[in-house]
Write a protein that binds this ligand. Structure first.
Ligand SMILES: Nc1nc2c(ncn2[C@@H]2O[C@H](COP(=O)(O)OP(=O)(O)OP(=O)(O)O)[C@@H](O)[C@H]2O)c(=O)[nH]1
Ligand SMILES: [Mg+2]
Length: 394
């Protein structure tokens, strides 16, 4: 059996780094490159840790501890200088070990330990990258219960169950998966609107730090600025954009302004949600067709900012698509909690049950769609087996 290794700890300088070696003859290789302290030859047993040195041609590369997890799986804990780590990896490479990324190696180890539970392996890998604790819980719930349980039920009852009933349940799973994905992988929220309405002030307020420049000069923000923040179960990337101006979008102005306006349009296109920030102390004339929500079917929340100043603009003066508005003062922080709640509500995460059955990988989604299209019970059974026990491309 081939041998594999990967650096399991993060990149950069650290006190300690861990290199994992995995494969059928890992114990023989470790015996070759590791010299234990003392005169006794070391015996590797699962659960033991040995102190010694990694050597090549009697030359020490580093003092390390070696943890034996199993006869085919060892953790070399070396000093964290990246040069030392790379020296040990190169040595392993010279011994014919295939060098992998941490994720690739973890996938190999998990698949060898749980060859018949593909969803459990996918869950462990996906949990490494989940952006919120709630996201890790949604994934964990698919292993004991959730998706695994549902698929097993369908497989066990396939001779009696109607394929239409399965299709209906798949539709619900796919819809819930879209919401779960926002919680698991994060979402992007564009802050857009006319110039000088307080977009950058709102970004700073939601992010809890002064990330974007705020002035009373129209057109302060040119290139977009982003900041990460937590909104309920969401890890949101907030993107502050340059003030939208229909005249500029028409392309009559300077190149920089044109590029700025185009960039804003691109950011809005990619976002999961757009906060349209308007200045409630100014008239409705600030609202023009360049505003999102009036022209697209994106999810939008209207923010009537500067509520601390006398009100000139009310929600009922806005186009219908923008009337669902929250009044805030970004400068003083009033109404911002309500805005956070509105964002969660519009993105569908406010009452999302973390126990919902969802899929969380592209493989699962593709196979669920295939299952929905199944023309016979036999075809459905084979797709279910693939979903539960299929091979992962690693
Ligand atoms: N009274 C009051 N002033 C605010 C509020 N929010 C922002 N401002 C002020 O409005 C002005 C513009 O704020 P910015 O946050 O720079 O506005 P912007 O929308 O990012 O402006 P551009 O980048 O030019 O499009 C600044 O003087 C802010 O202090 C608010 O809630 N109340
Ligand atoms: Mg700005």
């Amino acid at each position: 059996m081939s041998l594999f290794a990967a650096v399991m700890t993060g990149k950069g300088t650290a006190a300690i780094s861990t290199i994992q070696v995995f494969g059928g003859t890992a114990d023989a290789l470790i015996s070759k490159i590791f010299k234990a302290v003392g005169s006794e030859p070391v015996e590797f047993r699962p659960g033991t840790i040995s102190l010694g040195t990694i050597c090549e041609n009697n030359e020490t590369i580093d003092q390390v501890t070696i943890g034996c997890e199993d006869s085919d799986c060892f953790a070399i804990n070396c000093h964290g200088n990246p040069l030392i780590v790379s020296g040990i990896m190169q040595l392993l490479g010279r011994h014919g070990v295939t060098l992998l990324t941490a994720e690739q190696l973890l996938a190999k180890i998990l698949l060898s330990r749980e060859p018949n539970d593909t969803i459990a392996v996918e869950a462990k890998l996906a949990q490494l990258k989940a952006k919120t604790i709630q996201g890790t819980k949604i994934i964990a719930n698919q292993v004991k219960g959730g998706l695994s349980e549902r698929l097993k039920q369908w497989r066990d009852d396939i001779d009696t169950k109607s394929l239409e009933e399965i299709s209906g349940q798949i539709d619900k799973i796919l819809t819930d998966s879209l919401t779960a994905k926002l919680i698991i992988t994060g979402c992007s929220v564009a802050i857009a609107g006319p110039p000088n309405t307080g977009k950058s002030t709102l970004l700073n307020c939601l992010a809890g730090r002064q990330k974007a420049i705020v002035t009373d000069i129209r057109g302060t923000t040119r290139d977009w600025v982003s900041a990460q923040c937590q909104i309920g179960p969401l890890s949101a990337e907030l993107i502050d954009t340059a003030g939208l101006d229909e005249g500029l979008l028409a392309g009559t102005e300077h190149d920089i302004e044109k590029a700025t306006q185009q960039k804003t349009a691109e950011v809005m296109e990619r976002a999961n949600l757009i906060l349209v920030v308007l200045d409630s102390s100014q008239s409705a004339s600030q609202v023009d067709a360049a505003l999102p929500g009036t022209t697209t079917d994106k999810r939008v929340v209207t923010v009537l900012n500067k509520s601390d100043l006398p009100t000139v603009l009310n929600a009922n003066q806005l186009p219908r698509a923008l009337q669902d508005a929250v009044r805030i003062s970004a400068k003083f922080g009033t109404g911002v909690e309500e805005l956070r709640g509105k964002v969660q509500q519009v993105l569908g995460v406010a009452d999302f049950d973390l126990q919902s059955t969802v899929c969380f990988t592209e493989r699962q989604e593709d196979l669920l769609r295939e299952l929905r299209r199944a023309k016979s019970r036999q075809q459905a059974a084979s797709t279910l087996t693939e979903l539960l026990n299929g091979k992962l491309a690693v």
